[in-house]
Ligand binder design. Structure first.
Ligand code: ZN
Length: 157
């Protein structure tokens, strides 16, 4: 029999006991709860691939992965590229980027994906924050397009 220190109240108790006799804390239950919490919100690499494939133009994969900054910049860049592609169709070649990215997500080994996006402190974006994310994308698009048109108008003059 050994003594272990309770994580909740700090008092020592026997490792044979299921719960701390002082405060009732159970290491086993706490661990169960933790794994349950992780598995229910666990990000899936195929979902990441699907989000890339279908929602790349709004940075869907990064919104799914909880990377807000990257999502907004990626989306803004994507929107700008779409706009340019309308005038210069050769720019549609950039469509290869999300296609390759989607394939890479699906082909990524699960452990590597978990280490990158499913660690305990990996970020998440709550549904309530989504309007702000989209507002961020809109503002960036607006800025980029305004600058683009300004440069174009100077060149065309
Ligand atoms: Zn305790």
């Amino acid at each position: 029999m050994a003594l272990i220190k309770c994580k909740e109240c700090g008092k020592e108790y026997s490792d044979l006991a299921e719960t701390c006799p002082n405060c009732g804390y159970s290491e086993k239950k706490a661990k169960e709860k933790e794994t349950l919490c992780v598995s229910s919100s666990r990000k899936n690499k195929y979902a990441a691939g699907a989000f890339t494939w279908f929602f790349w133009f709004v940075g869907g994969q990064y919104i799914y992965l909880g990377l807000e900054g990257r999502a907004t910049w990626y989306a803004a860049a994507a929107q700008t590229l779409i706009l340019i592609s309308v005038f210069l169709p050769v720019f549609w070649i950039f469509l290869l980027v999300p296609i390759i990215q989607a394939i890479l997500f699906c082909a990524m080994p699960q452990e590597k994906f978990d280490a990158k996006y499913n660690s305990k402190d990996s970020p998440r974006i709550s549904a309530g924050r989504l309007p702000l994310v989209f507002l961020g994308i809109f503002i960036r698009c607006f800025l980029i397009v305004t600058i683009l048109f300004f440069i174009l108008s100077v060149i065309m003059r």
